[in-house]
Design a binder for this molecule. Structure first.
Ligand code: SF4
Length: 350
């Protein structure tokens, strides 16, 4: 029998887990007992976007299964190296919305702060896999510039911590930044987009809660969980700590071929999130980023899938199916409806 975990992770600090993430494809395959045939493509594809898998996430994968839905999100494959028409390095045009270092200002009333360039896990479908993070790692004076930008635009009611993963930043940085933002009168809300509690639940510490929740700003955290197998006991405990800290919890997922593109997978994800008090917020269709075309799910399939979820689940557990389009003033919903022809098609194929 293969044992995925080499040591219990409960007592290890999140910083050690982050630093100790697996970055060597050979080690990943060895730990999961997978065929060496996967090694050469994994090495080739990780050349432009590195492999990164933290231990707590690895521990939820099924040994010996190359189709494990968690493994598929992180394993570099040869398909990534095949150019496909329409798949580009900046599918959302973010480099035009990069108002100044550290700031992405796409939508009215809210902006993204690139709080950390790093992630705890490298997701192969990531639309920012080619983002110029080196240009967005801020010095102290650049942080002041970014704050001045927020101070000078009174339309900004919401600041969104993004990245990379913002929770890869240390608690001292997060506490300082949150206090500075809370001191800007027109900012009303703080949002945190993060996958870190999903892949390293140990990240949710009392110090993190103090850093995020210690000001007047209400805090919403949008987790990024794509499959029910990600919701293990450690993550459930972390979610409970976040909720007890007064944070509103939502989830956004990406619809990915071979990972979560079945009714069963989406139902299980929504039900599990609901069990833990996390509301499914968005289900994104894939952004057409270079290297990720093998995750594509056709729109008709996506619409039919969410139509079926609308019949089977309470409305608050059905995520909004959306696409992000460069230059649009917000996310664009796909036409899923109970009375629409799309749903009739879904019912015929139930
Ligand atoms: S955690 Fe988010 S930002 Fe980081 S690689 Fe995954 S999808 Fe991209």
């Amino acid at each position: 029998m293969i044992h995925v975990s080499s040591a219990p992770v409960e007592s290890v600090s999140w910083q050690s887990l982050l630093a100790g993430s697996i970055t060597d494809p050979a080690e990943l395959l060895r730990r999961l007992g997978l065929s060496e045939d996967l090694l050469a493509p994994a090495i080739a594809a990780s050349g432009s976007f590195a492999l990164r898998v933290p231990e707590p996430y690895l521990s939820r994968m099924r040994p010996g299964d190359p189709n494990d839905p968690l493994l598929r999100q992180v394993l570099p494959l040869g398909e990534e190296l095949v150019d496909q028409p329409g798949y580009v390095t900046d599918p959302l045009g973010e480099q035009h919305a990069n108002a100044r270092p550290g700031i992405i200002h796409k939508y009215h009333g809210r902006l993204l702060l690139v709080v950390s360039a790093g992630c705890a896990v490298n997701c192969r479908y990531c639309f920012r896999r080619h983002f110029p993070y080196a240009d967005n790692s801020l010095s102290t004076s650049e942080w002041q510039d970014a704050l001045d930008y927020i101070r000078s635009d009174t339309s900004i009611a919401e600041v969104i911590y993004s990245g990379g993963d913002p929770l890869a930043a240390n608690d001292r940085r997060l506490a300082w930044l949150t206090q500075e933002i809370a001191a800007i009168p027109h900012v009303r809300r703080l949002r945190v987009h993060t996958r870190l509690p999903v892949v390293i639940p140990q990240r949710v510490t009392p110090a993190l809660l103090d850093a995020l929740c210690g000001t007047r700003l209400p805090v919403t955290m949008v987790l990024h969980c794509n499959h029910a197998n990600e919701l293990d006991r450690e993550l459930a405990d972390a979610v409970r700590r976040l909720r007890n800290g007064g944070i509103t919890l939502l989830n956004q997922a990406v619809l990915l071929r071979g990972v979560n593109d079945s009714l069963g997978a989406q139902m299980a994800l929504s039900e599990s999130l609901g069990d833990h008090g996390v509301l499914p917020y968005y289900l994104h269709v894939l952004d057409q980023v270079k290297g990720a075309s093998h995750f594509h799910v056709p729109d008709e399939q996506a619409i039919a899938l969410v139509g079926r979820m609308m019949i089977r689940l309470p409305g608050f557990l059905v995520p909004r199916l959306v696409r992000e389009i460069a230059g649009e003033p917000g996310k664009v919903p796909l036409p899923v409806s109970l009375g629409g022809t799309e749903l009739h098609h879904a019912l015929r194929t139930f």
